[in-house]
Design a binder for this molecule. Structure first.
Ligand code: 5GP
Length: 118
């Protein structure tokens, strides 16, 4: 298994080395607009402290943090007015899923009809 790369793009965003358009932040979680949006609303929700590459690395002790990420995503869906029209939450894991950034992240997508991939 690869080890966590402290210089991945999201780690650098957390350290404010790369600018991001943030929409939510607390001591555990940061959320910001995806810079290459695949839907009218495309927000990424990431853990700030936990060094987890992807979902396949989650352990039992991460369960509450993962639940909080989902909760923050649904709060953002309300904030951006897509909670009634519909939205999708996606976590890519590894190359077959097209994961490009090796820091676990939850995509919040909505604001229009999404392609039928799942
Ligand atoms: P993945 O394909 O790994 O699940 O998703 C990574 C996402 O991060 C992609 O949707 C991509 O557009 C986004 N992304 C990559 N680099 C940056 C960046 O520097 N800033 C922002 N805001 N998003 C990024």
């Amino acid at each position: 298994m690869d080890s966590y790369d402290d210089n991945n793009i999201f780690a650098r965003i957390i350290r404010n080395e790369i600018l991001s358009n943030n929409v939510y932040e607390d001591e555990e979680i940061l959320a910001f607009h995806d810079n290459n949006p695949l839907a009218p609303v495309h927000i990424l929700i990431i853990p700030k402290v936990a060094k987890i590459i992807g979902p396949s690395e989650i352990s039992r002790s991460d369960a509450s943090l993962m639940g909080k990420m989902v909760y923050v995503a649904t709060e953002l869906a309300r904030k951006f007015g897509i909670d009634k029209t519909g939205f999708r939450l996606v976590m890519n894991n590894g190359s077959d899923a097209g994961q490009t950034v090796p820091h676990i992240h939850l995509h919040l997508l909505g604001g229009g009809t999404l392609s039928n991939i799942a």
